[in-house]
Design a protein around this ligand. Sequence first.
Ligand SMILES: Cc1cc2nc3c(=O)[nH]c(=O)nc-3n(C[C@H](O)[C@H](O)[C@H](O)COP(=O)(O)O)c2cc1C
Length: 364
Amino acid sequence: MEHTKNYNDVLLEYASYQNEARKVMKPSCHVCKVCNGVACAGRYTNSLEMGAKGNNAGFINSCKALGDIRIELDVVHDDYVPDTSLELFGHQFDLPVFASPIAKILTDYEYPSQYFNNNNAYARALLEGCYEAGGMAWLGDNKAEGYFEGQIEAIRDIDGVGVPTIKPWADRDEFWKRVKWCNEVGAMAIATDLDAIGLGYQYSGDPNSKREGVCARNVEELKEIVRSVDKPVIIKGIMSVKAAVKCAEAGAYGILISNHGGNVVEGSLAPCDVIADIKKAVGDSMKVFADGGVRSGEDVFKMLALGADAVGIGRPYVVAVYGGGKAGASIYTQKIYWELQNIMRLANCRNLKEITRDKLIIRK
Ligand SMILES: Cc1cc2nc3c(=O)[nH]c(=O)nc-3n(C[C@H](O)[C@H](O)[C@H](O)COP(=O)(O)O)c2cc1C
């Protein structure tokens, strides 16, 4: 898109959407000016809310670890407009940023909003808003009747730009049914969040149970998925070199380094703390994506410098859509775009390739 709105106007517009979202999301989120897991720690009952598991340490760690990293500046250079664009999944994007998949928040509360319990409207606003601003959205999964297929429908209308993230359902038919739907709407890639085994969805062990949830997948099963799905497959929820190497062995197109927003392990490591080791281990054999606590273009810069190819943002996009619908998702993407371009100019990086590890100052 033509990024013609200036940064101050973008910030004001986003703040107005935060105010709107606050009115609606009160039962499960304060919509803090800084979304860092502190105000919601221990406040809500389980991982279905905008907080995280238990004492929120996993969520808080993600924000804090990223915030503790500094960026080395070099403002003595030729004047130029930094190029934030990248090509991914056969498409061109204005920035290496996507909305991370978020489900559930849409169905568990009585929000007075047109987006509440209306998967099609929510996902359409998110997908189209991100797309319009030169970004993209990934979508989450849920077994509620009509949920998954309803929300991915809008992908059809935006040239396949969207990444449905399918849970590793114990019932393999549920998984493959969703792959078929993704093919029908022409989704450019699919992901599967293997760490969902840490949510409240666990497989009961009873194959006859109607409440059958998710279960683990081994390398052989991942190989089968990669072989049978006719598009890039990304494994989400990877937090160690061990698991990343297995994904590479399975032939995955990429991994999404993520602690599920702190929702699966109470005191989880921060994703930014494991990126560099994982990147060193897998090299260029797979794309490496990462999310967790990213709130600004500077945070995106840090994740990229540590080795990520693109970066996901979760909770703030929910706020953006509940407060401003499609325009909200678009303006939040524009905010990140401006901030990334700004810090690249300050750190003397003409393009994404120039965002390297030596631009960071990490004092432990
Ligand atoms: C309420 C909520 C619902 C989520 N639902 C999903 C989901 O359906 N699938 C998934 O892969 N990740 C899900 N996640 C995790 C996000 O994709 C992402 O990893 C995380 O929110 C990133 O952290 P951030 O919110 O601090 O940016 C969810 C997170 C939250 C907070």
